[in-house]
Design a protein around this ligand. Structure first.
Ligand code: PRP
Ligand code: URA
Length: 208
């Protein structure tokens, strides 16, 4: 099972406001960032730590360092950008790659238009960021490219996931862990998540 559903009470509270058609752009952006941060904390729950000695006002103690250099965040443009700010609040020096993919509206197949990452990411743990995991076409395309670059450790952070997309990812890449805030009911005939939050890119960037 590669789905890790983080549906705690605070997350369900925030996800409900994100769904709400009345939620404005500012609030939508803030909530998406906050949820990304919560999911990232969970995704790093058992992350390896480097030990060092820290001195408190009282005495020396064991300190633990989570090394930002071990990670790369890869937002899928455009909507994935909405998760970046929240993550950078937690890991301000984290390095980022960008992948531009959009879904062709008739075939629902992803079309790549941009790809840039830090040099040699093969030994990094890469977190793919996208608020929506619908058919999983976009996530699969991103994973294929990353695998070609030799990346082994891969996780995906999304806010809304459809069962169809989760199944597809689990079948093709069972070693990629998905951290999601909500597992929704299904996809509709246009490939939109039901109930979902509509078009995440449009809601984040005010394009409709
Ligand atoms: C949305 C979303 C995902 C993709 C999910 O992007 O942000 O990237 O659809 O759908 P899938 O799982 O079926 O591939 P969209 O193509 O609308 O592009 P945008 O972010 O530029 O709006
Ligand atoms: N992309 C979105 O923005 N929303 C969906 O529900 C599905 C794909």
């Amino acid at each position: 099972m590669s789905l890790n559903l983080i549906d705690t009470s605070p997350v369900r509270h925030k996800i409900s406001i994100l769904r709400d058609v009345r939620t404005n752009t500012k609030e939508f952006r803030e909530l998406a960032g906050e949820l990304a941060q919560i999911l990232c904390y969970e995704a790093l729950r058992d992350a390896p730590l480097k030990r060092y000695e820290v001195t408190s006002p009282i005495c020396a103690a064991d300190g633990y360092l989570l090394d930002e250099n071990d990670y790369v965040f890869l937002p899928i443009l455009r909507a994935g950008l909405g998760l970046v700010d929240g993550l950078l609040k937690f890991m301000p020096n984290a390095r980022l790659g960008h992948i531009g993919l959009y879904r062709d509206e008739t075939t629902l197949k992803p079309v790549k238009y941009y790809y840039k990452t830090p040099a040699d990411i093969s030994n990094k743990h890469v977190f793919i960021l996208d608020p929506m995991l619908a058919t999983a076409g976009s996530a699969l395309a991103a994973i294929e490219i990353l695998r070609e670059q030799g990346v082994q450790q891969l996780s995906m952070i999304c806010l809304f996931a459809a069962p169809e997309g989760v199944r597809k990812l689990e079948e093709n890449y069972p070693d990629v862990t998905i951290y999601a805030a909500s597992l929704d009911e299904r996809l509709n005939e246009n490939g939109y998540i039901v109930p979902g939050c509509g078009d995440a890119g449009d809601r984040l960037w005010g394009t409709k």
